[in-house]
Design a binder for this molecule. Structure first.
Ligand code: GLA
Length: 697
């Protein structure tokens, strides 16, 4: 039998906690340390469902067992001391009436599949799982999302227990995935100006751009060519002010420290378009989900500055769902009026003063974002903007917010004709918006107009998962970015599946309009239970590189206070980020396929191309690449390895093949630029290709 693909990455054994003993022969899994379980939503619960109810499958309740969520994983170290594993598996009845609720339960012993439930749906009777375990060292209990999505996949391993051969204690295992290797060279101590080279602003809007510069502090900043109305602070490097009239202004940015000086050309375009390069920042959802607080947001902002991420162009601090009060939560920090008597939206007590929060973030030289829904409720069941769109847009502007993510969710109920105060309006429901273009567009146009009327620039991020081909019309409703997909989860399957589906929207990417394949799943992520990402280091290189090639908004989703050196190295490679921020604003597409290797190419403003050789296969790929015509290349070109920031030689398109080694689920990311041929040499015989990329450390 093949090893289960979900678990190909290396497993690091870290004995976390001992089990309690019930009898010498039976160890109930619900007594083990379930904190090591990995799952896409919430945390594994002992003896109760994910939402804290009695475990119930198709009307049958169970006193013992544990609950998890697809995609879920729990591993137990057995060391050959177990005889059998048994359980009653199925979807918990608590998700009745919700979309999704399908999963497959899989049992692995030493990476070999021993049992599978097949696809299970909500309402299916519990299936009995009985697996002999003689000699098995490591048991893994896996729940997949059933090949659709992970929505409401509340999965119960009821009555899960291990019969032992005398062992009285087992430990669960924490997973690590591969050995990280850092390619990004440290930034030089002398100044280097990074980030976007073009910036859009509307006339009259407050201007804030913090020049991102790496290098030793203290540093002084200056700029020439700044139009009237703008000034740069010599100590902080922040450009602030307002522009009264539209126009394009060529500016030179300068930074100087004891070791040297740097200079960069920068264009300010004052007009109707903003977000001229993809927004870069952090969002609270993938780590904190419903546990977000103002304090956590402030700490994320502080960390973005302290770690130096701000010096690479990372700018937005975005609060996702759960800053508002909730429709029915018993959590006292989410209970309270959703609006005051005048209809003004009320933040919950975790947030309190939204203006103070925005001021705090601006003081750091950063920008701040917020989340709402066009329906009466957000996806998490908090207050949405339905019927209060203009009032909410005004509140965001008065508080000083710079970004709005606007989620579809309960608008599906409105689209289906339910009254906003109907308790049957579901929090997550697609409704007629999926098939009716006018219905899909209406709520986004309404909020787009409301934001446009505000006296500040608010980046408008549509979050409706790509319904009705949003990329074709997102611009017309005032959108600057739009999700092209359902939510990303923390797995290779989710990330790679999303990546492979991006080409259809690519022609619609342009300055001010970005396709959004969802947030980054690097670092500690986990929707309320942050754990190290499940992606291997190679998968992480591939993930970040592809999101850069796609000109995707780059939103870090992790717990910023747990950033490790490797994750930081992925997020601070200025040459890779420059691909994302390229002012031409093209999105890479797949231009060639060689076996499992897909070749993505993005045209850049300077006439060069960024090319990613992406290995989606399960083995390292060795190839001699020859099909330069697919890359649109002819003649001689220089090749630069972007992760290592090194020239690696030249290629002569149409002559020798180019030897490439691409790690499993990894990438070779290069920039290829034509070598200008001086007229006198044009007819000389070109030298053979000399490019050999360094091997992975
Ligand atoms: C949806 C979005 C997520 C997040 C949650 C909040 O699922 O796609 O990114 O904003 O809602 O509830």
């Amino acid at each position: 039998m093949k090893p289960f693909p979900f678990l190909r990455s290396a497993i690091g054994v870290c004995l976390v906690a001992a089990a309690h003993q019930l009898s010498a022969e039976t160890v109930w899994v619900d007594t083990l340390d379930l904190k090591t379980a990995i799952q896409d939503y919430g945390t594994a619960t002992s003896k109760v469902s994910l939402d804290g109810n009695p475990l119930m499958i198709a009307g049958r309740t169970f006193a013992r067992g544990f609950a998890t969520h697809a995609e879920g994983w729990l591993a137990i170290q057995l060391d050959g001391k177990a005889r059998t594993f048994s359980a009653q598996v199925g979807i918990d009845d608590e998700v009745k009436g919700k979309p999704g609720g399908t999963a497959e339960f899989v049992v692995l012993g030493d990476e070999v599949k021993l049992w599978s439930s097949g696809l299970m749906r909500l309402g299916d009777a519990a299936k009995t799982c009985e697996v002999p375990l003689a000699g098995v060292k490591r048991l893994e209990l896996v729940v997949t999302d059933g090949e659709d999505n992970n929505y409401y996949d509340h999965a119960n391993w009821a009555e899960a227990k291990i019969e032992t051969d005398g062992a009285t204690t087992f430990a669960t295992i924490a997973r690590i995935s591969g050995v990280p290797y850092i390619l990004t060279p440290p930034a030089p101590a002398s100044p280097r100006i990074n980030g976007a080279s073009v910036f859009g602003v509307r006339p009259g809007s407050p201007f804030l751009f913090t020049v991102p510069v790496t290098g030793q502090r203290p540093m002084t900043f200056s700029a020439s060519g700044l139009p009237e109305g703008l000034q740069i602070n010599a100590q902080s490097g922040r450009i602030t002010g307002r522009l009264a009239v539209a126009g394009t202004f060529a500016v030179t940015l300068r930074a100087e420290n004891a070791l040297g000086r740097a200079e960069k050309k920068f264009r300010i375009i004052c007009g109707e378009r903003i977000a001229l390069t993809p927004p870069m920042g952090w969002n609270s959802w993938n780590c904190f989900a419903g546990e977000v607080t103002a304090d956590r947001v402030k700490r994320a902002a502080d960390t973005l500055v302290k770690t130096g991420l701000i010096n690479h162009g990372w700018t937005y601090i975005n609060v996702d769902d759960f800053w508002q009060n909730h429709r029915g939560s018993k959590d006292p920090t989410l209970t309270g009026p959703t609006r005051d008597a005048q209809g003004n939206i009320q933040p919950n007590v975790r947030f309190g003063d939204m203006k103070a929060l925005a001021d705090y973030v601006h003081e750091l030289g950063l920008k701040i974002g917020l989340y709402s829904s066009p329906g009466p409720w957000t996806c998490g069941g908090c207050a949405g903007s339905y019927g209060h769109e203009l009032q909410d847009a005004q509140a965001y502007a008065e508080w000083g917010f710079d970004y709005l993510k606007y989620d579809w969710c309960s608008y599906g109920g409105i689209a289906d004709g339910l009254a906003a105060d109907d308790p049957k309006v579901p929090s997550v429901h697609w409704g007629k918006g999926e098939s009716d273009l006018a219905i899909a567009q209406a709520p986004y146009a309404l909020m787009g107009e409301a934001l446009h009327r505000q006296p500040r620039d608010i980046v408008y991020s549509l979050c409706q998962y790509g319904m009705s081909d949003v990329w074709k019309w997102g611009d017309t409703v005032g959108g600057h970015s739009w999700r092209t997909t359902n939510d990303i989860s923390g797995t290779w399957k989710s990330m790679s599946g999303i990546a492979l589906a991006q080409d259809k929207a690519a022609p619609f990417a342009q300055p001010g309009n970005w396709n959004d394949p969802d947030m980054l799943i690097l670092g500690y992520i986990g929707w309320g239970n942050p754990q190290p990402t499940r992606l291997t280091p190679d998968e992480q290189y591939l993930h970040f590189s592809l999101w850069c090639l796609f000109s995707s908004p780059l939103l870090i989703g992790c717990d910023m206070e747990k950033l490790d050196d490797f994750t930081l190295s992925l997020l601070t490679n200025d040459e890779v980020i420059a691909i994302n921020q390229d002012p031409l604003g093209r999105q890479a597409t797949c231009v060639d396929t060689v076996g499992d290797v897909r070749v993505y190419l993005k045209k850049l403003e300077d006439g060069s191309v960024a090319v990613g050789f992406c290995n989606f296969g399960r083995q390292p790929a060795e190839l001699k690449y020859e099909r330069f015509a697919h890359l649109g290349l002819s003649g001689r070109h220089t090749v630069r390895d972007l992760w290592r920031q090194q020239e690696v030689g030249t290629i002569e398109a149409g002559r020798d093949g180019w030897p490439l080694t691409i790690p499993t689920h990894g990438i070779v990311l290069v920039k290829i630029a034509p070598v200008p041929v001086p007229p006198a040499q044009a007819s000389a015989t070109p030298a053979p290709a000399s490019t050999k990329l360094p091997a992975k450390p």
